[in-house]
Design a protein around this ligand. Structure first.
Ligand SMILES: [Zn+2]
Length: 280
């Protein structure tokens, strides 16, 4: 055999390379490492160790993988108070909205340090393939925020996309309602976690858009004004609020980050207060 005819040293090198490559292939990346790899790209206002603390605690549902098989992980932080409300944060459903990643990361890191009034679940990167490709859409070119299986999806989603959006590739609702793996992951979270309130983080429209009951006293937030943007066939707002009565706050951040984390803290506290006071 060719192998036996090689000089001994060369044989050893071959063997080493063979073992090394099979070892490298068989060692899957851990969820912790996957979390660090994806979130370290976003600016944090905490010390660097804060990310490791978060990533030590993240989990993943079996169904939660992107089209490319990248894990879609989440962090659970339970309130110690009795009967807390449950808040679900969904970030980077659009892969090119980078600052959404910073807010998701900030809230997770902060939740490790405070005793929260509510129970929080954060899914910081819903569309990892879009993040990698720097696209709004997922790997298959679908706008995930138009792919939720709303009752009107079959009649309206594609029609609206063709007429109103002039077939913009950024807003393609997909071939079938709720068929995208990332949407299936979010729906599985909604069904199991049963949030009282959902926050969806986007950029760059610089507003707070609320799909929910009329607020008695909408708390003021100087960094972003309240403005209703409406909802669409296949959007999370229509799926959750219009059809399921779960309020959704869409935070449309600016394209540039604030200088400190204070406004991110204020927004998290504002949500906590809103959920406690206004949504009984
Ligand atoms: Zn967006």
């Amino acid at each position: 055999m060719w192998y036996d005819e090689l000089p001994k040293m060369l044989r050893l090198i071959c063997l080493f390379l063979l073992l090394y490559s099979s070892h490298a292939q068989s060692e899957p990346i851990t969820l912790r490492q996957s979390c660090i790899n994806s979130l370290q790209a976003y600016k944090s206002f905490f010390k660097v160790e804060a990310l490791a603390e978060v990533c030590d605690k993240v989990e993943k549902k079996e169904i939660c993988n992107s089209s490319n098989g990248v894990p879609i992980f989440h962090l659970d932080q339970k309130s110690k108070l009795e009967k807390p409300k449950k808040i679900l944060v969904i970030s980077l459903i659009h892969g090119d909205e980078t600052q959404a990643g910073s807010l998701g990361r900030f809230w997770m890191e902060r939740l490790m340090k405070v005793d929260a009034r509510n129970t929080w679940r954060v899914i910081p990167v819903v569309n990892p393939d879009g993040v990698k490709n720097k696209t709004r859409t997922n790997q298959k070119g679908v706008d995930l925020n138009r792919n939720f299986p709303t009752a009107d999806w079959g009649d309206d989603a594609v029609k609206l996309w063709e007429k109103k959006e002039q077939k913009s590739p950024r807003k393609f609702p997909g071939f079938e309602a709720g068929a995208e793996p990332e949407v299936k992951c979010v729906i599985s979270h909604l069904e199991e976690f049963k949030p009282d309130f959902v926050i969806s983080i986007h950029t760059p429209l610089k507003v707070l858009d609320f799909d929910g009951p009329k607020l008695k006293n909408p708390p003021s937030y100087d960094y972003l004004p309240w403005k209703s943007l409406g909802n669409f066939p296949g959007s999370l707002g229509r799926y959750l609020w219009v059809e399921r009565n779960t309020p959704v706050l869409t935070t449309e951040l600016k394209n540039s980050l604030p200088e400190t984390g204070t406004v991110f803290e204020q927004l998290q506290d504002l949500v906590g207060t809103l959920v406690k006071a206004d949504l009984k």
